[in-house]
Design a protein around this ligand. Structure first.
Ligand code: AHR
Length: 554
């Protein structure tokens, strides 16, 4: 039974700074209830349409992501569609993958797109950006890029899975002219340019109509070590004239690393030195945030601060979620700065790299650099992150989980003829129903989790999530981070009745549970029907779980 003091604390914390007085009548009402938790969904407080692009992906030419993960080659015995791994295509078709980013990441600022077009047997081999960090036993294709998977193959992959391509340009080592030519190659109509002829000769007469273009990647670091002012000058130059071919182009500026407020401010200040009209050339600013520091405040060292993907204790579980939860403050903080310059908020946030990042050692295939096996902890982390994006639909226009396969927070693992869907992949399948829905303000009133962290009591919120409305259908997703306690929860939709529906839950009795090539179904979602009583639903969220409820409203 929730105590009044706990209820008020959790409600007010969940209100995110809104006026406390607004919640007091509800608190009074709830105090007399006899269950431990409550979710109230407010259909009359819509927050905006959830962009399908929030459910985007990221595929970098990095170690096992492209070669072995996505690309097996046309002559492979592994089932493939024009060289693309068929099982990956089949799985992705199930999750409505809105948009995919390629070719990087840091790789993008070393890549010449011309190397990856034309007859495959004529394509050059080049040193991969990540070559230095590959292990001695890594396949040659991971160190020296054979360029068998280039623009044509990537666009074909996107078409096969029903996704839009998002290409990242090379600002560090190519010119604006090269960028225009890449757009010309992709988008100029058949027969109009020499590059359109080259594309047609490769079997692609119709233009690719690529809309999303990144102007560099992490330009504050591997993308050129620019200051925000220097990068803004480059950005203006690159986007001053670009061939359009009647295709609307959305330019995504390299944005801040985590809480680098100075980058956001410095970039926009410099952009505006040439007038407010310059803002129109920016579709979005890319924000990157990896949850990597599990040292509990002991260090900021990028290597020493990381934890293990598979071996972790309960404190590490909450620590990862705590690091991931920073995302909400990062979105709010950068948005606030953007509003100082872009009063109409025409520029959106594009979180085109997010996920946990552990130290090496948790790979499914030992030679895959940056690969980690996702566990139930990463599924809970991913559900929590997608819920954060859903709660800010007016700010976040796109997000891309890093990375799709054989890498950081991967949805899939593959090696040769082996393949599995990870718990993160299952979360994406569950959350796909939110796409295009109207996000609704939702109040979670649930006692905090308390646990011991280095000899002191620590707290973490007890249940959070997001809700979206699709005509008369409500989709509610929620994450219970508590490793031991279930939450019996009353679910109320203000001004409507809940009729019937279904619940899909992803959990396991072991917080370390994960899928592998040998045991592919250790962590899989389970679905069952749910029924309401007098228009209200009572549902018990199991410990350490991600849940989706799809409810018919009356
Ligand atoms: O996702 C791995 C790397 O992380 C990307 O290449 C880079 O953009 C980021 O630092």
């Amino acid at each position: 039974m929730i105590r009044r003091r706990d209820f008020l604390r959790s409600t007010l914390a969940g209100a995110g700074g809104l006026l406390a007085s607004r919640y007091l009548p509800l608190a009074e009402a709830f105090d007399s209830a006899s269950i431990g938790a409550r979710i109230e969904i407010l259909p009359d407080e819509p927050l905006g349409m959830i962009s399908p692009n929030i459910y985007g992906h990221f595929t970098e030419n990095l170690s096992g992501v492209v070669y072995d993960g996505m690309w097996v080659g046309e002559n492979s015995k592994i089932p493939n569609i024009n060289g693309i791994r068929k099982e990956l295509v089949d799985e992705m078709r199930k999750i409505k993958p809105s948009v995919v980013r390629f070719p990087g990441g840091c790789f993008a600022d070393s890549y010449d797109w011309r190397d990856g077009i034309g007859p495959t047997d004529k394509r050059p081999r080049r040193t991969n950006f990540w070559e230095d960090e590959e292990s001695p036993g890594a396949p040659v294709s991971h160190k020296y890029d054979p360029n068998q998977f280039g623009t044509n193959e990537f666009v074909r992959f996107c078409k096969l899975i029903g996704s839009e391509p998002y290409l990242a340009g090379n600002v560090r080592s190519l010119t604006a002219q090269d960028f225009y030519r890449w757009i010309e190659y992709c988008n100029s109509p058949a027969g109009t340019t020499t590059l359109a002829d080259t594309r047609a000769a490769a079997g692609f007469p119709d233009p690719f109509n690529v809309r999303y273009w990144g102007v560099g990647n992490e330009s504050w670091g591997c993308g050129g070590n620019f200051t925000p002012q220097e990068y803004a000058v480059e950005f203006r130059r690159w986007t001053t004239w670009v061939p359009r071919f009647h295709q609307e182009l959305a330019f995504i500026a390299s944005g801040p690393n985590v809480d680098d407020w100075n980058w956001t401010r410095g970039f926009l200040e410099e952009i505006l030195k040439k007038g407010r009209g310059q803002l129109r050339s920016i579709y979005g600013m890319a924000l990157h945030h990896y949850a990597w520091n599990l040292s509990r405040g002991a260090t900021q060292d990028w290597v020493k601060g990381k934890g293990d993907a598979l071996k972790f204790d309960v404190v590490d579980w909450y620590e990862l979620l705590r690091e991931g939860e920073r995302m909400e403050g990062l979105i709010a903080g950068h948005w606030q700065i953007m509003s100082e310059f872009d009063h109409e908020h025409s520029i959106k946030l594009i979180v085109d790299e997010w996920g946990p990042w552990y130290r090496p050692g948790g790979e499914a295939t030992s030679t895959n650099q940056l690969e980690q096996i996702p566990t139930l902890r990463d599924a809970v982390f991913s559900g929590m992150t997608l819920d954060i994006f859903n709660r800010h639909p007016e700010k976040v226009a796109m997000a891309n989980c890093a990375q799709l396969i054989n890498c950081l927070n991967s949805l899939y693992l593959a090696h040769q003829d082996k393949f599995c869907v990870t718990p993160v992949g299952h979360v994406f399948a569950m959350y796909a129903d939110h796409q295009g829905g109207q996000s609704l303000r939702t109040i979670f009133s649930v006692p905090d989790v308390t646990y011991e962290r280095d000899g002191k009591q620590a707290r973490f919120w007890g249940l959070k999530g997001s809700a979206s409305l699709h005509d008369k259908q409500l989709v509610l997703t929620a994450v219970n981070p508590d490793v031991t306690a279930a939450h019996e929860t009353e679910i109320v939709v203000r001004g409507a009745t809940v009729q019937a529906g279904s619940a899909t839950t992803l959990t396991n009795s072991d917080i370390h549970a994960h899928n592998s090539f040998e045991q592919r179904n250790v962590v899989t979602p389970q679905s069952n029907a749910v029924e309401s009583k007098s228009g209200t639903l009572t549902y018990t969220f199991p410990p350490a779980s991600v849940t989706k409820l799809v409810l018919k409203l009356g």
